[in-house]
Design a protein around this ligand. Sequence first.
Ligand code: NAP
Length: 248
Amino acid sequence: MTISDKTVLVTGANRGIGRALAAEALARNARQVYAGTRRPLAHPDARVTPLTLDVTSPEQVQAAVGEIGSLDVLINNAGIALVDDLTDPAAIERHLAVNLFGTYAVTQAFLPALARSRGAIVNILSLNSIAPLPLIPAYSISKAAAFSLTQSLRALLAGQGVRVHAVLAGPVDTDMLRGVDIPKASPESVARAIFDAVDNGEEDIFPDSVSAFIADSWHDGAARCSSIADPSHQGPWPWGFRGVAPPG
Ligand SMILES: NC(=O)c1ccc[n+]([C@@H]2O[C@H](COP(=O)([O-])OP(=O)(O)OC[C@H]3O[C@@H](n4cnc5c(N)ncnc54)[C@H](OP(=O)(O)O)[C@@H]3O)[C@@H](O)[C@H]2O)c1
């Protein structure tokens, strides 16, 4: 998959990593970039079509499907991260609503288009999907759930020719981490690394130096095998993944 001449939808495209992904898609000669935003957006490049898209709004998701028609690459980037301490279940629900159910709803809505184009889904997850940060536990829970969703979709959609990528990013210099004084990758470098990895067919993508630190051990791990799109990888489950019903 190269991005050249492709139609791309990026959710949360008005700032941060989403804006960098939209810009990088244009730099790689995407034919059309749909920029999903919650507020009106003006963009100087004629290949960009702004789209009102709150991923928690079923109406707006359906309207986006009607407007876009055909799609090659869906990038589920929209996300929230709020500090909490797990004392209030509402914090978990708020994160799940955007980071899990928003990603799920947009993905399901665009699946027919992606199956027609034999396209790709790129879910912007987090290193917190596999290594929770107790400062943002509700966020970490939602990103772990979204990673599990991504892994299952990868195997389930392989037969339809739809590739499903997980981006397990470390700290990136955006509003989300504003005021947190740690080394951060630039959104532009992360966007480049993501498209390079999609081009290379990498399923689990570690796009910065912090996340790259664990990439080697992750790629060789038994837990990863069950979600590899290649059906010859059985993974840890004794009955295999596809075609054979579990005992009982
Ligand atoms: N920054 C990091 O260190 C880091 C690391 C790993 C992963 N990530 C992930 O990368 C993605 C982008 O994060 P970022 O760092 O670029 O954060 P950001 O600068 O805070 O941007 C978040 C984007 O998501 C949008 N958004 C939030 N809720 C939405 C909703 N309900 N519907 C549609 N759009 C919504 C925001 O729109 P508004 O402008 O309207 O609020 C904004 O465009 C997120 O999924 C995040 O979890 C970030």
